[in-house]
Design a protein around this ligand. Sequence first.
Ligand SMILES: [Zn+2]
Length: 302
Amino acid sequence: MSLHEVVPGVHAWVQPDGTWWLNNAGVVADGGQVLLVDTCATETRTRRFLAAVEQATGGGAVRLAVNTHQHGDHSYGNSLLPATTVIVGHEHMREGLRVDPVIDGCPPLWQPVPDWGAVTRRLPDVTVRDRLTIHVGQRRVDVAHPGGPAHTTGDLVAWLPRERVLFAGDLVFNGLTPLVFMGSVAGAAAALDWLAEFEPAHLVPGHGPLLTAAEITPVFDAIRRYLRLVRDTAEAGLRAGLTPLEAARGCDLGEFAGWADAERIVPNLHRAYADALGTDVDVVAALTDAVTWRGAPMATKV
Ligand SMILES: [Zn+2]
């Protein structure tokens, strides 16, 4: 993992290979002040990130951090930030992390079972419903919500309009299977249209390699095709009276079979079913079905 300088003073922390629990994060520094975009899942990985931040910013004060969403790979490290750091998150993100049981002990759905280390639940101090502008030295950072459920119900992006850098969180998975089971299939597709309107010069996805302007459209198009496959498979499965797991077993992933974390087809179908039926997704049941589909616990390198 390493810190990439996207433009001077703006960095992306990229953790290969971007699979389960290995997220990207961000750093915006100016005038001795620092804003972070997300933390990491474990104590070890967050401390490594914070050491790199300290080195890159000359020990600048981490005054603010934005959580792009509630998932632990982006937020469990919050508790390792200085007590003086003000954390910003969407109001639904705050509630999601407040009731997240996984931080108290990861269920054996992944192999090896992640050990978070000495992290505790630290919720945002400031919540956002729609948008908010933060000033870091001379830099402007617009924090914005896509307008509805997408990757989760509480997604935020961080946009630097002058530098044209977009921290997209998990609204974008680059080269890995997207995950939408705690959000919305249609909302995730709509969020891509919304992201494209920013016309970023640089995009930091939540997982996978960084993107420059010309690379964004093909990646978004592939995600759209994947989401259509999820929707179409769910519609056919519902007509045939199949469970999401049965529908997943009959689904040919085609061009997406090579994407890591392919078992996400199962929780994604749980979401598509729930969207169609107006029900909720049982998160643990959806992930347990993914393990069944795979025939083994899901793989993580966290
Ligand atoms: Zn996520």
